[in-house]
Design a protein around this ligand. Structure first.
Ligand code: AVJ
Length: 315
């Protein structure tokens, strides 16, 4: 397995992210640290919630359009950023079976990747499965080249990046592309604010637990003493930026020690720390951002209700 990211790199970037985030105003934490084992399990639960439509809507589009993706791309290599092991990957691999030679799942977590890659290799004996441990925001240029590559970035995770970061990311993807390559991009769409907020603040409180879990990750990794129960989950729709913000609101004045950083941080009662943005898109915004990165839309598909989108883009 290619490894462009060592455990030491990860530990360093966690330290940087947490230091920068907790000493900034307002305080923030990057969402990539949500996904320890408990966080990943909680996210799996979120995907099954009635209020959280994106996963099932994206699956609906893939069931309807995977054959069209295969037809349009004739892909020989599939690079999946933030590799799922789930049904969406299998839908794509089955549809691409006629032309696909190589599957490159890319993820920051080596353990998860090893398991997912082994499962896929077992189910697709003829396929060359080459997992890569990398950060898709930094290592795109190191990913395997080849003819007729399809880069898949699904789930709407592009929405975790603010606009400036998205420009860099899409530019980075474009820089790896040549004629015959494609990008398959899953992006959640703008809709009624009430539905959006409920998708990030479900009645059962699973998303609230998912959000607070990042405090447990920091306690464990950086010897901190956050009390997750002293923070309330908030999901807010920012109509100007057209993104959902997940925040953790300090229920009282409190001081938190982060031993691993030799840092003490104070929170005022009511102070809100931002833990994630999840940007929502319109077709014209996607067209403009892909265009700015030197790509054009070959196909733009949505589910029947127009909740979610799958875009096939080419250089
Ligand atoms: C996995 C990043 C696409 O932004 O909808 C789900 C993460 N956060 N519920 C999203 C998430 C709260 C999800 N992504």
């Amino acid at each position: 397995m290619d490894r462009f990211l060592t455990a030491d790199d990860l530990a360093k970037s966690l330290r940087n992210d947490v230091y920068e985030g907790l000493t900034g105003t307002p305080k923030t934490l990057p969402p990539k640290w949500f996904y320890d084992e408990r966080g990943s399990a909680l996210f799996e639960e979120i995907t099954k919630l009635e209020e959280y439509y994106p996963t099932r809507r994206e699956r609906e589009i893939l069931v309807a359009r995977a054959a069209a993706v295969a037809e349009a791309t004739g892909a020989r290599t599939l690079l999946e950023l933030g590799a799922g092991s789930g049904e969406k990957t299998r839908l794509l691999l089955d549809a691409l079976a006629g032309t696909l030679r190589t599957y490159v799942p890319v993820d920051v977590s080596g353990d998860f990747l090893e398991e997912a890659a082994a499962g896929i290799a077992a189910d697709h004996p003829g396929l060359d499965v080459r997992p890569v441990v990398a950060d898709h925001e930094r290592h795109l240029h190191l990913l395997p080249g080849g003819e007729r590559r399809l880069v898949a970035f699904l789930g709407g995770t592009i929405g975790n990046m603010p606009p400036a970061e998205r420009v860099g990311f899409l530019g980075g993807v474009r820089a790896t592309m040549s004629g015959g390559d494609f990008l398959l991009l899953g992006a959640d769409l703008v809709k009624d604010a009430g539905r959006l907020v409920r998708a990030y603040d479900d009645a059962a409180g699973v998303t609230a637990e998912f959000n607070r879990n990042v405090l447990r990750v920091i306690n464990a990794e950086l010897d901190a003493d956050f009390d997750p129960d002293a923070f309330q989950h908030r999901a807010v729709w920012d109509g100007a930026e057209e993104w959902i913000e997940m925040r953790l609101r300090s229920v009282r004045d409190q001081e938190v020690r982060v031993g691993g950083l030799d840092l003490a941080v104070s929170f005022a009662a009511g102070e809100e720390m931002r833990t994630e943005i999840s940007a929502k898109f319109r077709r014209d915004r996607l067209e403009a951002e892909l265009g700015a990165a030197g790509m054009e839309i070959a196909e733009f598909w949505t589910d029947a209700d127009g909740d979610f989108s799958l875009t096939l883009a080419r250089p």
